[in-house]
Unconditional design. Structure first.
Lengths: 348, 112
């Protein structure tokens, strides 16, 4: 039962990263690809109908963590308090930028929200990468199951690390690069003309940066958190996951060159799912790894809610997730295809 | 509201000036109602966080410094102040611009 809920939380987070990942990616390359006001409105219209629904997956994944593993939720949200509040502020500014930008036809107003949209997107991509880095590296949990980490200390992943150290910064850069490619694939798929061509070019170049960054990250993991290897040694079938990610990266690079936009986007989604799956395979059954010793780690067993609650929750989860899944598929299906400026001329 | 609905149905609402004034002036009431509702729920439940199960004092995160909490509180206050001002600014802009023209010309501000 606990394993099932671990899968629920990780799969929902992975879906979130794939979905909101292309929103962030679109934001990162926004200023570079969309130069004119018309292009910018097209880029925003490409994510306009879906970004909001995509972020529901983050909230829902957090809620599932709260429900199934309350101790891990309490420790994580307390320990990362300041970082998470900053994430919230960034998410707010990002959403405001998308919604407020075109309300006023004034150059300064639009430029301000454009820069705020791009900046918040980039910072969020970095922060979420660093967050995953923290989960893999571990946090200094105490005997009560709580921890505190400063934003940074000496940038070394020791027993008392900061949220930012060289490893989590590396993860942040890798995440930003991958989401840039993912967003470029999305924008190239959803738009046409000069905008799509620029997105294509950025996606092609950044995909080559993803390769060394991902490889360095994977090598670094074996030093920073050697315990991840245990799961892989015990169940070598897990090596399929990084292999899936490698196929995803190869796919995005080759389809990008052939300008098969839908296939390239599917490939970068596979890349993200493969990498997150690899991480989840490695940390299982830990939710928060303790740098202070394995006895303090919060696992799916010592952090789980009562068996009765988990059973009842299963029923409601199935009902809820069916609804969310249905409308997610529906809205993406409804807005499938390219957005042209002619479509948004009269509002949306 | 009932009177307004009947008048709208009868086609008289747009000529009943006193009621239009009343409707316009009642714009702040939904905001007051939601805020008051929240305050009733949150303050009325004190000192409990979950009624009868968990006290607010026991629910607080043990390792968060009060300075950090103050910083984020001020951050939220500043952010919401900015948002409130932007909201008022945009509302007055929209009022100033007036409703859409009869020829179907749409004012800027819709869509992306």
């Amino acid at each position: 039962m606990e394993t099932f809920w671990f899968m629920v939380v990780t799969v929902m987070l992975a879906i979130y990263v794939v979905l909101d990942g292309f929103d962030f990616g679109t934001g990162i390359i926004y200023l570079l690809t969309a130069r004119t006001d018309a292009e910018r409105r097209t880029a925003l219209a490409a994510i306009g109908p879906v970004w909001n629904g995509n972020e529901v997956w983050l909230i829902a994944a957090g809620a599932m963590l709260f429900f199934a593993f309350p101790k891990a939720y309490a420790a994580g949200f307390s320990g990362f308090y300041l970082a998470l509040i900053m994430v919230l502020w960034l998410l707010m500014f990002r959403g405001l930028s998308i919604e407020l930008r075109s309300h006023l036809d004034h150059r300064l107003w639009r430029t301000f929200w454009d820069v705020s949209f791009a900046g918040a997107s980039l910072l969020l991509a970095l922060v979420f990468g660093a967050a995953l880095g923290n989960l893999i590296r571990g946090v200094p949990l105490n005997a009560d199951g709580y921890f505190f980490t400063a934003l940074w200390t000496d940038f070394l992943p020791g027993p008392e690390p900061g949220i930012l150290d060289w490893y989590t910064v590396l993860m942040a850069l890798t995440s930003a690069a991958i989401l840039t490619v993912h967003g470029a694939n999305y924008l190239a798929m959803k738009t046409e003309g000069e905008l799509a061509r620029r997105a294509n070019r950025i996606g092609e170049k950044t995909a080559w940066a993803v390769l060394p960054l991902t490889l360095t990250t994977i090598v670094a993991v074996t030093f920073v958190q050697p315990s991840l290897r245990q799961n892989y040694n015990a169940h070598p079938i897990g090596y399929a996951l990084p292999l899936v990610a490698a196929f995803g990266l190869a796919g995005t690079i080759s389809f990008r060159r052939l300008e098969h936009h839908v296939k390239a986007f599917a490939s970068s989604s596979v890349l993200i799912l493969g990498l997150l799956g690899s991480a989840a395979w490695g940390v299982f059954p830990n939710l928060l790894i303790a740098t202070t010793g394995p006895a303090y780690s919060l696992t799916i067993y010592n952090a789980a809610a009562s068996p009765y609650g988990l059973r009842i929750g299963l029923v409601w989860f199935v009902i809820g997730i069916s609804l969310v899944f249905t409308y997610t598929v529906y809205v993406h299906h409804l807005f499938w295809g390219k957005v042209g400026l002619h479509l948004i001329e009269g509002g949306h | 509201m009932g009177t307004a609905a009947i008048l709208l149905w009868r086609g008289l609402l747009y000529r009943t000036r006193w009621l239009l004034w009343l409707i316009m002036l009642s714009a702040p009431f939904p905001y007051i109602a939601t805020t008051a509702g929240w305050m009733t729920a949150e303050l009325g439940r004190q000192p409990w966080l979950v009624y009868g199960l968990l006290r607010t004092a026991d629910g607080a995160s043990p390792l968060i410094h009060s300075g950090t909490a103050l910083f984020t509180l001020l951050g939220f206050l500043g952010l919401y102040l900015l948002l409130g001002l932007l909201f008022l600014f945009l509302v007055f802009e929209t009022i100033h611009r007036g409703p859409a023209m009869a020829d179907g010309h749409k004012p800027v501000g819709s869509g992306y």
